[in-house]
Ligand binder design. Sequence first.
Ligand SMILES: [Zn+2]
Length: 433
Amino acid sequence: MLSYLTRWVSRGAFQALKGTSSRPQLVKTPHLGNQTLAAAPLPFTGGSPGVRQARALDQERLLQIDWDDGSCSLYPFTWLRDNCQCPHCTLQSAQARSLLFTNLDVHTGMDQVQLMDNKVSITWPDQHSSEFDPDWLKKRCFSSEARQALQEELFLNEREYWDSSLQIPTADFEEVLHDDKAALAWLEALRRIGIVYLRGAPAEQGQVARLSQRIGYLRLTFYGHTWQVQDKPMANNVAYTSGELSLHTDYPALHHPPGVQFLHCVCQADQGGESEVVDGFHMAEQLRREDPEAFNILSSLRVDFTDSGADYCDFSVQSKNHIIDVDSEGRVTRINYNNATRDSVLDVPLHQVQPFYSSLTAFVELLSRPENMCTYRMEPGDMVTFDNWRLLHGRKSYLSRGQNSRHLEGAYLDWDEVMSRLRILRKAVRGDS
Ligand SMILES: [Zn+2]
């Protein structure tokens, strides 16, 4: 069996985002201190549900399906007609809807519904007919539990929080490149934990590009396709010095910062240069509990960020971002914070300036607590892959030797492309859709 290993000691340090029931668990192996970077079980476990009965509720214009397991699902007529899977309504080769919206009767009735070969067969008033697979229908049930399960399967939004006791999940670089199971385990851990360490890459430039080809393509920015973190004269970025970098996310000066970051160590400093990471989602939730006012300010007030210079080409970037982004349900979705590119322009009324600074102080104080911060030191050939929307990262200052000194090569990707590869790998490895 393959050995994508992780040292994963302190499970007790993790906390679930919310008390959700189907949290994935890493599987322990009997080896001392080692654990398999196991693929997480899917929350939705398909199976083939039988249909006991299907009937049209004409008054409500709903199709009711009674399943063999005693449960029941309701599907609006309009939605069923809109999603007819026949070759006229769906372009099979693209799995895309070819039915024009203007040709959809959003007030359609239903002439007949019957069960044929364990398929739900519907005849519409214009005598068009549709056939639906029970598995397909069951997965798309409109109950809140079913919708939640399917959304989790699609987006894997459940996270495991961590603190300084994190043993960073680790996999073998070449195995991830060549083995689908290893690649899937890597991406699932990257999503769930937010950071995965890859060992055994050649200690030469070009490896972050190789790994991004495993996903699809990397994200070009003004710093180039890939970028070299080195001590440079007339640096166009604070990262390109030998100084300390306080905890930050990369590129909040963009309105859509890169979702995923790869950093590959080509050469390490003799002294200093240790890396630090903090779980930004965990910290934001902690701030919400400990200082709700600070959380409200940082999640509602938009801060100006700026970045200008020349690299891939000349640039002058401006953005307005919340330091803590939350979605419509109040869940933290992204941290946007880099003190170096936070603009002197601050577009808030006078009376909100001091409260903003006080709130940011509370957040930064949380981030900097030793019990929250995980520290590691990269050696040549090591690569760290992490969620740039979630983690804040930094480094200690180091002693620069000019040429032949510390050298990291980095690349960005976006979550859409990474999740796309994850879904395809999941289908290849487990055969589910
Ligand atoms: Zn059709």
